[in-house]
Design a binder for this molecule. Structure first.
Ligand SMILES: NC(=O)c1ccc[n+]([C@@H]2O[C@H](COP(=O)([O-])OP(=O)(O)OC[C@H]3O[C@@H](n4cnc5c(N)ncnc54)[C@H](O)[C@@H]3O)[C@@H](O)[C@H]2O)c1
Length: 365
């Protein structure tokens, strides 16, 4: 079996998750990494045993001799980096969201087709063992005809400053966590076309840090008549929620990914490196990476590279999610239901569609 060499762009949270996940796969090795801060880069490669380190991704692409590259950088860098990786003839694993505009998504899809390389869209919820089992049960008819999927992704807000910045993130909680729920619902229902989108959003907790939305409710109407009700928030205190309810004509499935099967601990002093945050009730995880589907997602993509098959989660899925998110911003801006296909006005960041109407409303008061 030929060894597959991986290049990692980024040395932050999700870059580390991918490196650890890839290290569990036979015949796969992360051999090169790049990120701009030298001190953090060198500490990262030392910790993870990566032999080559570069300050710039173009240098990595030119010199490292890798087969596949993971783009694990702030959102506004996804499209330009993906296009550089593809034009260097490498396969690419794209972190979510795929990119910030539909034009960029089309360029990524077209470039990959022309170069004959694969693009994976890293939506790990479609590889979560608990959610896979829920889908298996639903697909086997255990709850009758599924008419609705509810999905919740919430926590108390991100850790890196760029997440709060419009230009770098492209959007708030919708672009950060809402994209997970949207792809989850599409995947769970077998990816039927979305017919219409209705969304509400506001900035309920973090207005001191960002002008973008931190709380969102989305209703998706599928061409099949099924619906998805999705809630995403950066305003949840008390730990993260990833929760799914599947409603069918003959039953229901409840799946609480993080707390349902987790440990339940009550601790007066708190424990571990997050001691203050773990006082009182907490739900410490175990086998976190596997429970969240990260090694399985990377394993699937490596298998696609070996066999030359299209990944189950591809750039087309990332594009579909982006179009839905753009329609969500338009719906929240106008207070109306938006039918798909949706073509947005020319904005640099998706959230601008909503922010412009919000600023207009504030100016008109
Ligand atoms: N799938 C998931 O569960 C998940 C979880 C977290 C983040 N993400 C996504 O992953 C991406 C990265 O998020 P994160 O949480 O790791 O952020 P982070 O802030 O922890 O890390 C970002 C990294 O990008 C690097 N970077 C910035 N500019 C760069 C450049 N020009 N060249 C190379 N590296 C550069 C930084 O040095 C840093 O290492 C985002 O798109 C985010 O949406 C996905």
């Amino acid at each position: 079996m030929k060894e597959i060499k991986v290049g990692m762009i980024g040395s932050g949270f999700i870059a580390r998750v991918h490196c650890q996940a890839l290290a569990t796969l036979p015949g796969v090795r992360v051999t090169a990494q790049c990120s701009p801060n030298e001190q953090r880069r060198l500490a990262f490669v030392k910790e993870l045993g990566i032999s080559e380190s570069y300050p710039d991704h173009r240098q990595l692409l030119a010199e490292a001799g890798v087969d596949v590259v993971v783009v694990a950088t702030p959102n506004h860098l996804h499209a330009p980096m993906a296009l550089d990786v593809i034009s260097a003839g490498k396969h690419v694993i794209m972190e979510k969201p795929l990119c910030l505009t539909l034009d960029q998504a089309d360029q990524i899809i077209d470039a990959a087709r022309r170069q004959g390389v694969l693009v994976a869209y890293a939506e790990e919820l479609c590889f979560v063992p608990k959610y896979l089992r829920a889908k298996e049960l639903a697909d086997a008819g255990a709850v009758g005809q599924v008419y609705r999927v509810n999905q919740v992704e919430k926590h108390e807000g991100p850790y890196s400053p760029w997440f709060w910045q419009t230009r770098q993130a492209g959007g708030g909680i919708l672009m950060d966590m809402g994209c997970h729920s949207i792809e989850f619902a599409r995947w769970f229902l077998g990816k039927p076309p979305v017919r219409a989108v209705t969304a509400w959003m506001d900035t309920v907790l973090h207005g001191d840090k960002t002008e973008m939305e931190d709380d969102v409710i989305v209703l998706l109407e599928f061409a099949t008549g099924q619906t998805a009700l999705l809630e995403s928030s950066w305003a949840l205190l008390g730990g993260m929620d990833s929760i799914t309810h599947v409603f069918g004509t003959a039953g229901v499935i409840h799946a609480d990914l993080l707390k349902g099967m987790g440990l339940q601990v009550y601790s007066q002093p708190g424990y571990g490196e997050y001691a203050p945050a773990t006082r009182g009730w907490s739900y410490p995880d175990y086998e976190w990476s596997w429970q969240n589907g990260y090694p399985q997602e990377d394993a699937h993509f490596i298998e696609c590279i070996r066999t030359g098959t299209q990944p189950a989660e591809s750039a087309d899925d990332g594009r579909a999610v982006l179009e839905i998110m753009l329609a969500c911003y338009a719906s929240a801006a106008s207070g109306r239901r938006i039918e798909l296909p949706y073509r947005p006005p020319p904005v640099a960041a998706p959230v601008e569609i909503w922010l412009q109407s919000r600023r207009g409303a504030a100016g008109g008061k």
